[in-house]
Design a protein around this ligand. Structure first.
Ligand SMILES: Cc1cc2nc3c(=O)[nH]c(=O)nc-3n(C[C@H](O)[C@H](O)[C@H](O)COP(=O)(O)OP(=O)(O)OC[C@H]3O[C@@H](n4cnc5c(N)ncnc54)[C@H](O)[C@@H]3O)c2cc1C
Ligand code: SF4
Length: 581
């Protein structure tokens, strides 16, 4: 029998960017907030001097331990899914701050086109452009309405950037100037301009200068130490929840965070969420934490699973194509981040200096910025050259055809170590009726609860957009003067590798409860005091990295929760039959 705790105003599951923002905003507004985090407590000091490639790059120490709980994965409805068990096969954040601590920091907005993708595609190309079975839908809010939340996230995180010449409308400039331009980025930009494109500096959560955010939190200037992606920043220079929203929440006196607290159920009775049930993983003791509002901000996978385990909402059934929980699973996997790598015989760069989001980018082939009339796909993606800072053990790039060991490998690996650059494409991923989430009928976690099952299969849309992107990136690398160019191959099928933390959907937002689980405040249509925050709300994956949109959605949801706590009821009027699959 679980021990029942004192009721609070809001209980938040997860302490990444999504949970951290909601906690800070509601605690600032005077509400009593408890956040529950399955991972351990962490501070910046935990990462001091920890520049250990073996632990973090090769052994993925900051990622979720997949032994007690993981997902299962398959391509089609007919297959038996198998568990994903190694951290090289799946990266998901854990510990205080979640994936926001080990992220790289690339902080792009999605495009106006993404928010109204169905209407805008039909308007420009007609209904026939959307293939049967592609379940795109408008998000229930326009970019123009949503812009102010992006602006807030960027100001909280102190993002360093410059306007994308091809970009969307902005209410203000980035709060800090763009990052420095390395010779590799200069070369990328020069070649792109020669081809008539419009390059700019990647908007970065590694800051170009010291910054104090509107909540009074300080973020320091990046040292280009290069131990950034998959690491915590000991300089306090990477914008993350640990140095921003979590201290902001703590300062209010209204916030308590309980780490090593694994949430197993949302408690649900009479059409309302009553709180959550969790286990203290140190003692094994179960607790009930009652609350007026429950917020799931535990990353897209757990958000879905907790709803399913708690029997909340109408589960999606791919056979009837009805129901919403688990619908429109989407994400960027091995068919994204493909491009071309150039090897340069007479140019040398210092690739062992870098930062997670140091780079050049262009949006000429993103969203609907280019004409798709004669193309066999919709949407697009960003093109990037990133200077992450190469890892000494992991970075041994040699031209294709070089033996994988021996004298020739050694010679080429040394010669090209600072002479290779990669340019890649980050295409949008569209949802399909057959890509979805449900509970696995066979495999369970350490508490005997069913694991989440992913069913995900590529389509011609995915393969065609990837091929298009590879051709464009190859053109840029050629223009950069590479002597050897290795282009990536388009994989035919999803390989069950969940890298990079870009997985979304399943509890998607929209205007119509028939095709969305939450409204545009991320309030559930079916349970008015339950808000599901994060990438789980994306009806499709835009052609850029997701976290700015997750952060902005968390600000939008916070506003909604405050409104709900004052007024109660559904915050948005539903509009039925906006879309038929
Ligand atoms: C290596 C890497 C690099 C990345 N780089 C970028 C980038 O450059 N740009 C970008 O936009 N995105 C990037 N991402 C993605 C980014 O990390 C995620 O989009 C972001 O962290 C999601 O935030 P969130 O708050 O929704 O979830 P998370 O940060 O995952 O937070 C969820 C929290 O919930 C906790 N939790 C889960 N289940 C439970 C449970 N049952 N009980 C209690 N707590 C639970 C988790 O431990 C976690 O702390 C990267 C991801 C990876 C892995
Ligand atoms: S590269 Fe910059 S932001 Fe990244 S860990 Fe190093 S100092 Fe921090």
């Amino acid at each position: 029998m679980a021990e029942k705790l004192k009721k609070v105003d809001v209980v938040v599951v997860g302490t990444g960017w999504a949970g951290g923002i909601v906690s800070a905003e509601l605690a600032k507004a005077g509400y009593k907030v408890v956040a529950l985090e399955r991972g351990g407590d962490r501070t910046r000091e935990d990462y001091t001097g920890v520049k250990d490639e073996l632990r973090f790059t090769d052994r993925y120490e900051m990622m979720q331990n997949l032994a007690p709980e993981t997902i299962t994965s398959r391509n089609t409805l007919e297959e038996i899914a198998l568990p994903v068990r190694t951290r090289s096969e799946m990266m998901a954040g854990t510990n205080l701050g979640g994936g926001g601590v080990h992220w790289a920091g690339a902080t792009y907005r999605f495009m106006p086109y993404d928010f109204e993708i169905y209407s805008k595609t039909v308007e420009r190309y007609g209904k026939k452009k959307i293939p049967e079975g592609m379940t795109i839908q408008d998000w229930g809010i326009t970019y123009q309405e949503f812009e102010k939340y992006y602006d807030r996230f960027e100001k909280t995180a102190g993002i360093s950037g410059e306007r994308d010449p091809f970009g969307e409308e902005r209410s203000s400039d980035y709060p800090t100037p763009p990052m420095k331009e390395s010779p590799a980025i200069t070369l990328f930009k020069k070649a792109s301009k020669e081809l008539g494109y419009h390059p700019y500096q990647v908007p970065s959560g590694n800051l170009s200068e010291g910054y104090e955010n509107p909540d009074g939190e300080t973020i320091n200037q990046c040292m280009f130490c290069s131990y950034c992606t998959q690491y915590g920043c000991d300089f306090g220079a990477k914008s993350d929840p640990m140095v921003t929203v979590i201290p902001t929440a703590k300062k209010t006196g209204n916030f308590e965070v309980r780490t090593e607290s694994y949430v197993r159920r949302v408690l649900y009775e009479g059409g309302k969420a009553k709180g959550v049930m969790y286990v203290d993983t140190n003692t094994g003791i179960e607790y009930e934490q009652p609350a007026d509002v429950v917020v799931l901000a535990a990353f897209s996978l757990t958000n879905n699973r907790l709803l399913m385990l708690s029997n909340i909402g109408r589960a999606y059934n791919p056979k009837t194509r009805k129901g919403v929980i688990g619908r429109n699973f989407n994400g960027q996997f091995n068919i994204t981040f493909l491009g071309a790598r150039g090897f340069f015989n007479d140019k040398k760069f210092n690739l062992y200096m870098g930062a997670g989001a140091l780079g050049g980018a262009l949006s000429d082939f993103a969203g609907d910025n280019f004409d798709h009339t004669n193309l066999d796909f919709i949407n697009g993606g960003g093109i990037e050259l990133r200077q992450y800072g190469d890892a000494a053990i992991a970075s041994n790039h040699v031209p294709k055809g070089t033996p994988r060991w021996g004298a020739e490998f050694k010679e080429k690996s040394i010669f090209y170590t600072n002479r290779n650059l990669v340019v890649w494409y980050t295409p949008a991923i569209m949802p399909w009726w057959h890509n979805y989430l449900d509970l696995d009928p066979t495999y369970t976690d350490e508490f005997n609860d069913p694991l989440l099952r992913v069913t995900n299969k590529y389509t011609d849309q995915d393969r065609n957009i990837a091929k298009f992107g590879i051709e464009k990136t190859k053109g840029i690398v050629e223009q950069m003067g590479a002597d050897i160019i290795d282009e990536d191959e388009v994989p035919q099928e999803f390989d069950h590798i969940y890298q990079g933390g870009h997985y979304a959907g399943g509890v998607v937002m929209g205007a119509d409860p028939e095709t969305s689980a939450v409204n545009n405040y991320l309030q559930m249509w079916d349970v008015e005091n339950l808000f599901v925050v994060g990438g789980s709300a994306f009806p499709h994956f835009g052609g850029h990295h997701p976290t700015a949109t997750i952060g902005a959605l968390a600000y939008r949801a916070s506003e909604g929760i405050e409104k709900y706590l004052k007024e109660g009821g559904q915050l948005v009027e539903e509009k039925r039959k906006s879309f038929q699959a």
